[in-house]
Every structure is written in structure tokens, then in C-alpha cells.
Design a protein around this ligand. Structure first.
Ligand SMILES: [Zn+2]
Ligand SMILES: [Zn+2]
Length: 256
């Protein structure tokens, strides 16, 4: 399994992109920078898109992506609420065409919205995908994605603390986890439904207690202006836990 990070931040700039990554070039997870970071031929390879939740920074690439790839049907998988947000705010027939419908310029719908039920694993393009609810204010899920050869990642999506109940359901080789703020913003992180390094540490301690091991951890969704502080604190918790914790970077590939 190859994970290719397209966007790894919570704010967009010339050097930072919104969250999106690819699995083996064919399965996209979140769509913050899906169109802007891929060539047209690369976009054509994508067979399905998973959306963790309906916040703008995770769904905003969908209209541009579908506009570029209208000649075939793109499947988007998400919970019911996330699909409703997408349909009512972005693919709404006002600011962009309703790509889910046949129109005068579309021979067939360019977009198919498919509902994912949390806790029920689905086969999507040869991957087993298990959506698990996390803590983020609006309806949000993380995804465990298992390849045919048994490689597993778990992406938390945007989440605050309290992930203990998830761990019994998953056994990832790699955990891709929200760390948006440094420790001094712990209260902001709790209010906004995100993690800081110290909060991630507590989640990982629980993971190790329940599962008996720690996966390789990669943090994502960083606030760019606070990134150096976050990196230092992430290294501190990696040392304390004696485990590997990396920082997701735009353009990097991770082979699992
Ligand atoms: Zn969010
Ligand atoms: Zn976000």
C-alpha cells in the first residue's frame, strides 16, 4: 500500500494544502486539495473518494475534481450527513451544477453519492473500509482501510480526544492522526474537536494498553503558523513513548 499525501494542513497557502491523500493512486481520502495537487491524468486514475466529514477544508476539492472528470462517474462515500452537506452547499445547482443528475451537457451523472454506515465495513475498489465515529462537533468518521494484502491504515479524520472505544475495532500498521495545535492551545483544541501532542499521547497510551502495541504514527492537519512548535512537541511525545511519530508533508509517499 502506498499513501501519497497531497495536503496535510488545516490552512491553505502557497506552501500548504488542505487535507487529502491517496491510497495506491486510486482511492482518495478527503478532498481538500484533490484537484489542485494532481495532474489531469492522475485525477483520471481515481476510482472513489472517501470523505471523513462535511467541513469545507475536507470537501472543497469535490466540485473542481468532478468538473475535470465529468466523462465518467466518480463515487463519493461518506456518512449521510456529510453527503447532505456536500449536496446542499457545494453541488447544489447554484454555485456549481448538480453533478449527481443527468443534464443537457452530461450524458450520465458525473457523481454518485454513496452512504457509509459507521461500524459496517464495505468493500470499496478492492479495499475493506471501516468508518468509525470520532469526536468533532459535526458528524465525522475516521477510516480503517485494509488492502488486499492485509496492510492497514487508520485515519482519524478531524477529531478531539476520547478515541478509546475505537481501538477494539481496528489494528492498523499506520495511524494517521489529527494534531492541529501545540499543547498551549489545548483548550482551543478541545473546544474545536482537535488534538494537540499531549492529547495524542494519552490516546496512544490507551491504544497500547488495549492493543499491546503501537502503530507507526503520522500526524496531519497541522496549523501552518504553529507547525514548528507542534513538531518539537510531537518529537517529545515520540521519545516518551519510544515510538515513531512522523509529520505528514505535502508530496510525500509512505510505503506500508
Ligand atoms: Zn473539521
Ligand atoms: Zn479540517
Amino acid at each position: 500500500m502506498i499513501v501519497r499525501f497531497l495536503g496535510t494542513h488545516n490552512a491553505e497557502s502557497r506552501n500548504t494544502r488542505l487535507v487529502s491523500f491517496l491510497i495506491d493512486d486510486i482511492l482518495a481520502v478527503d478532498a481538500g486539495s484533490l484537484a489542485s495537487e494532481l495532474s489531469f491524468p492522475e485525477q483520471e486514475k481515481i476510482k472513489a473518494i472517501l470523505l471523513s466529514h462535511g467541513h469545507y477544508d475536507h470537501i472543497r476539492g469535490i466540485p473542481a475534481f468532478v468538473f475535470n472528470n465529468w466523462h465518467h462517474t466518480t463515487k463519493v462515500f461518506a456518512t449521510q450527513q456529510t453527503l447532505e452537506i456536500l449536496s446542499s452547499h457545494l453541488i447544489d445547482g447554484v454555485i456549481y451544477p448538480k453533478f449527481t443528475e443527468r443534464t443537457s451537457f452530461l450524458e450520465k451523472p458525473a457523481l454518485e453519492l454513496l452512504t457509509l454506515e459507521p461500524l459496517k465495513s464495505e468493500d470499496i475498489e478492492g479495499y475493506r473500509v471501516l468508518a468509525l465515529p470520532v469526536n468533532h462537533g459535526i458528524d465525522t468518521v475516521g477510516f480503517e482501510i485494509t488492502s488486499k494484502d492485509g496492510k492497514k491504515i487508520f485515519y482519524t479524520g478531524d477529531t478531539g480526544p476520547g478515541l478509546l472505544s475505537l481501538w477494539e475495532h481496528i489494528s492498523p500498521h499506520v495511524l494517521i492522526a489529527d494534531v492541529t495545535f501545540p499543547n498551549r492551545f489545548e483548550n482551543v483544541a478541545k473546544d474545536a474537536g482537535h488534538l494537540c501532542p499531549e492529547m495524542l499521547k494519552l490516546e496512544l497510551v490507551e491504544f497500547r494498553r488495549v492493543k499491546g502495541y503501537l502503530p507507526q504514527v503520522i500526524v496531519i492537519h497541522l496549523s501552518p503558523k504553529l507547525e514548528e512548535e507542534i513538531k518539537e512537541e510531537v518529537q517529545e511525545i515520540a521519545t516518551e513513548l519510544s515510538c515513531s511519530i512522523g509529520i505528514a508533508c505535502e508530496g510525500e509517499k509512505l510505503i506500508i
